[in-house]
Design a protein around this ligand. Structure first.
Ligand SMILES: NC(=O)c1ccc[n+]([C@@H]2O[C@H](COP(=O)([O-])OP(=O)(O)OC[C@H]3O[C@@H](n4cnc5c(N)ncnc54)[C@H](O)[C@@H]3O)[C@@H](O)[C@H]2O)c1
Ligand SMILES: O=c1ccn([C@@H]2O[C@H](COP(=O)(O)OP(=O)(O)O[C@H]3O[C@H](CO)[C@H](O)[C@H](O)[C@H]3O)[C@@H](O)[C@H]2O)c(=O)[nH]1
Length: 329
């Protein structure tokens, strides 16, 4: 059996591919390389360069490779960009996912795992936020992902497949063995931007808003190590293979850090200061969001290994340094 990983040349997808390959699975990656990299795909996996919205291509892959499971990471991921270009986000996240799902259903795919997001919740009143909290996204990005969750729910009621929609909180860090990491050009994610700034690749970092209703006024997020997230997917896949019901599950650790706390951690880990400037709020940002992650533990036995912010930052910095050496070659 071969697993199809869409977006497997991207940040999280490339870690997933390594995790599957390490477990002896056969893997095909479908990625159009818009933000991903050919070199990021583990050599044991087969990379097909193409678009998930290309139903003919996906149908051919499903038939030719005997695909029964899809892990779907491909998409557009930047919250403020989605505020500026909502239709582009609905196209690449919702419409393209619909096309992929149509090919999956027609091709007899049995299990589907989907990259959803904490952004579906908006700024929840009660925290940590459980999956039972009604979604109230504050950005087109969050809405585009929630719409895909709803399509999965309805399609799974009508067709013989099961799914897990995993709502990731803030993903950071890199493969502890140094084989993968975040290589995104012009990245906007806090730990990535802070790592680049700390290593002198950017002149300064801006803190987007210090007037939120949080203890120090900056936004609070639940940062999860990318390798723990990949492990959660493999657990979810095993659960679905064993006949588990479709589910929606948070992936986070259950504790939040403010932007300033993250920056302090980066300073301590790297052992030097860097230029941080206060700036206005960024469109689409929720003030605080922390996961209730008990369902993932109960339903499919997920046990995080890297719930340690300094370690996440250490791995992100190690990758950033390796990336610097790669780009210098
Ligand atoms: N990074 C986070 O903190 C975070 C949090 C929650 C959810 N997610 C979700 O996880 C998934 C992966 O995110 P990432 O951080 O690895 O981003 P990424 O940009 O590194 O990876 C996305 C990959 O998908 C590919 N892609 C995009 N559109 C495509 C299309 N139409 N057809 C084929 N390939 C396409 C890109 O080339 C890239 O390799 C996304 O769906 C994102 O919404 C990410
Ligand atoms: O240079 C920066 C970058 C970020 N931030 C702040 O740091 C926090 C985290 O921002 P990120 O861009 O790292 O992450 P987001 O919370 O905006 O979004 C991320 O996590 C979400 C889930 O919560 C989504 O799924 C999305 O894909 C992913 O980008 C936010 O308050 C943001 O304003 C800064 O102050 N300066």
């Amino acid at each position: 059996m071969t697993v199809l990983v869409t977006g497997g040349a991207g940040y999280i997808g490339s870690h997933m591919v390594w995790d599957l390959v390490d477990a002896g699975e056969s893997v095909v990656v479908l990625d159009r390389l818009s933000t991903g990299f050919e070199w990021a795909v583990a050599p044991e996996a087969e990379l097909v360069v193409g678009d998930i919205a290309d139903t003919a291509l996906v149908s051919r892959l499903i038939a030719e490779k005997g695909i029964r499971e899809i892990i779907h990471f491909a998409g557009s991921i930047v919250v403020p960009e989605s505020v500026a270009d909502p239709l582009g986000y609905y196209l690449n996240n919702t419409v393209a996912s619909r096309a992929l799902l149509e090919a999956a259903v027609a091709g007899g795919v049995k299990h589907f795992i989907f990259s959803s997001t904490a952004a579906v919740y908006g700024s929840p009143k009660a925290m940590p936020v459980p999956e039972t909290q009604a979604p109230a996204p504050e950005s087109p990005y969050g809405t585009s992902k929630w719409m895909t969750e709803l399509m999965l729910r309805d399609a799974a009621a009508a067709h013989p497949f099961t799914f897990a929609a995993l709502r990731y909180f803030n993903v950071a860090g890199a493969d502890p063995r140094g084989r993968a990491g975040q290589s995104t050009r012009g990245a906007t994610h806090l730990i990535k931007v802070a790592s680049e700034t700390a290593l002198g690749k950017r002149p300064f970092l801006e803190v987007f808003g210090d007037d939120y209703d949080t203890p120090d006024g900056t936004c609070v997020r639940d940062y999860i190590h990318v390798s723990d997230l990949a492990a959660a997917h493999r657990r979810a896949l095993d659960y679905l293979r064993a006949g588990g019901d479709s589910l929606v599950a948070n992936c986070g650790y259950g504790h939040g850090y403010s932007v300033l706390e993250v920056l302090d951690t980066v300073r301590r880990v790297v052992g030097r200061d860097f230029d941080v400037r206060m700036a206005g709020r960024r469109p689409g940002d929720a003030s605080a969001i922390v996961a209730d992650a008990s369902l993932a533990r109960q339903a499919f036995g997920w046990e995080p290994r890297y719930d340690d912010l300094p370690l996440i930052v250490r791995h992100a910095l190690d990758w950033e340094e390796a990336l610097g050496r790669r780009n210098a070659r």
